[in-house]
Design a protein around this ligand. Structure first.
Ligand code: UTP
Ligand code: MN
Length: 504
């Protein structure tokens, strides 16, 4: 793995088991794992140490020789730029210098053929670590035109149940979102991770022609349009939409005329179609927060509620509002959800709700599968009825929250609901026991790609399994407990990334 950031000078390996004392104090080596792979790097490092070379595990300013395999100079330089500010090691060398030195038993003379070629033209401007959970991604996106096209292709792949392709486009878009300024040429992208051939073609098309022909034709295609309209119905996923399309149903009217049997969620989804396809504003999310807070403290004083999902990341709009509810005393949260739901129902706030029970049992379920996105908390999928009256009520100074964060002043009638004095909003409630709270909070704050990357990092780089319930160390065979997100990042060996920088 590539070190995350500039590291302090680390102690040399001199004298540790199986190594000779450092015979060549002027030479401090570092082997780049990139393209070499972790096991070959470990093998070669050990070999060097046995022969009396100082081979560093971590990169630092004291390194004099950087050795890489199958990398061009520009790639190594990009990597170095991400590690250092100013000053680079004296030598950027190919593996051939290292193997020849091993054979000779001393550092051989550096010849031209050992040196990595770096020309000015080759210098790569951008550099980002390869896992999205190693990066800070704010809402500021300097490459929206590129990422919108890639996101559209990702969405189309997901709607067509081609998950792998979807993830590849999402990862590519996430890399571009993390860049500090707009991309202007393809050469700037050299050395960046996660940009596959297909994504590069899309980017090239946009840079050269102003738009991606593939994204444009996808957007115009009947199938994509139908998939969008049909999955826009709450309760309708890609599978159902695909079946309907194959039966000739391409829109809402055709669906209604077809006499398809709809489940309760889909009926509600259809009934509130326009509202639910209208973004939810932060101001409305705050109003709903207040209502849910009232519900929670009424039914169980001491219970706590946290806004999660996109709004916790600082987004100004979202497709729904997500809340996590817990109680500081383990076990007190049991039975809380039905009470909260009853309270909300009795006050007329729910247009629809479906609650699933908590089915997670650590002793029974074991560590969550790293690829699994679904968790098993007690969860309520609901459709809220948000009235003008509530909007006004919570915007009233007396009822404003203590922290004074409410920013909206006078309520404007919603332009999309016309004279209607309320709108429907999708709201998700999740209840977690306090012992799992930090994992639930991390798992439900998103973004989806950030979560996926955290789990991939845990599995591939740390041999751990992360879920919204727990973190399990597969090697030590123990659960790693945590009471805060910070502790989970620390367990994973990652720098803490705050919610506002998880907008991958
Ligand atoms: P959302 O789908 O609500 O996304 O999931 P969002 O980031 O809030 O963005 P909006 O709502 O489209 O604006 C929020 C988080 O909850 C997790 C997702 O992985 C995401 O990180 N989640 C969602 C689960 O863990 N399990 C689920 O079943 C659904
Ligand atoms: Mn959400």
């Amino acid at each position: 793995m590539v070190p995350l950031k500039r590291r302090k000078v680390v102690p040399s390996r001199v004298g540790s088991t199986g190594t000779e004392p450092n015979k060549f104090p002027q030479v401090i080596l570092f082997l780049l794992e990139r393209k070499m792979g972790a096991s070959r790097r470990a093998f070669l490092s050990q070999l060097g140490r046995k022969k009396g070379f100082q081979v560093e595990e971590l990169f630092s300013e004291s390194v004099t020789h950087v050795i890489s395999e199958n990398n061009c100079g520009a790639e190594v330089r990009t990597w170095l730029d991400s590690q250092l500010r100013g000053g680079t090691p004296a030598h950027l060398l190919d593996i051939s210098w290292y193997t020849e030195s091993m054979k000779a038993g001393h550092p051989v003379e550096i010849l031209d053929r050992h040196k990595l070629q770096t020309s000015e033209a080759e210098v790569v401007v951008f550099s980002v670590p390869s896992y999205a959970c190693q990066r800070r991604t704010t809402l500021e996106n300097h490459n929206a035109v590129l990422t919108d096209a890639l996101a559209l292709l990702a969405e189309n792949a997901e709607l067509s149940e081609e998950e792998g392709r979807g993830v590849a486009f999402r990862r590519a878009a996430a890399v571009l979102k993390a860049l500090p300024r707009p991309v202007t040429s393809m050469t700037e992208l050299r050395g960046l991770p996660c940009l596959g051939d297909h994504s590069l073609r899309v980017i090239k098309d946009i840079l050269e022609n102003g738009a991606s022909s593939e994204a444009e034709s996808t957007k115009q295609s009947e199938r994509y349009k139908a998939l969008k309209v049909l999955t826009g119905i709450f309760g309708v996923g890609a599978k159902t939409a695909d079946r309907w399309i194959r039966e000739g149903i391409l829109g809402l009217q055709q669906l209604q005329e077809s006499g398809q049997t709809l489940n309760r969620a889909q009926q509600a989804g259809l009934e509130h179609y326009d509202d639910l396809n209208q973004p939810v504003t932060k101001a409305d999310a705050d109003v709903i927060s207040e209502i849910v807070e009232r519900a929670v403290v009424s039914v169980l004083p001491g219970a706590q509620m946290t806004l999660i999902g996109g709004f916790r990341r600082g987004k100004l709009s979202g497709h729904d509002v997500d809340f996590l509810i817990t109680h500081p005393e383990e076990g007190r949260e049991v039975g809380l959800m039905p009470k909260v739901v009853s309270w909300l129902e009795s006050q007329g706030f729910l247009l629809y709700q479906k609650t699933t029970r908590n089915s997670y049992l650590e002793s029974k379920d074991g560590p969550g599968r790293p690829s699994s996105n679904m968790d098993r908390f007690e969860r309520c999928f609901s459709i809220f009825k948000l009235t003008e009256k509530e909007r006004r009520r919570t915007k009233h100074p007396e009822t404003a929250t203590e922290n004074g964060l409410r920013t909206v002043s006078t309520p404007e009638p919603d332009p999309h609901t016309g004279h209607k004095l309320w709108r429907a909003v999708r709201v998700d409630l999740v209840v977690s026991p306090i012992s799992q709270f930090a994992f639930a909070l991390l798992g439900w704050t998103g973004s989806k790609l950030f979560e996926r990357e955290l789990r991939r990092w845990a599995g591939h780089e740390r041999n751990m399994s992360l879920s919204s319930h727990a973190l399990y160390d597969n090697k030590q065979r123990i659960y790693l407990r945590a009471t805060s997100e910070e502790e989970i990042f620390a367990h994973l060996g990652l720098e803490f990334i705050p919610p506002s920088e998880r907008n991958t």
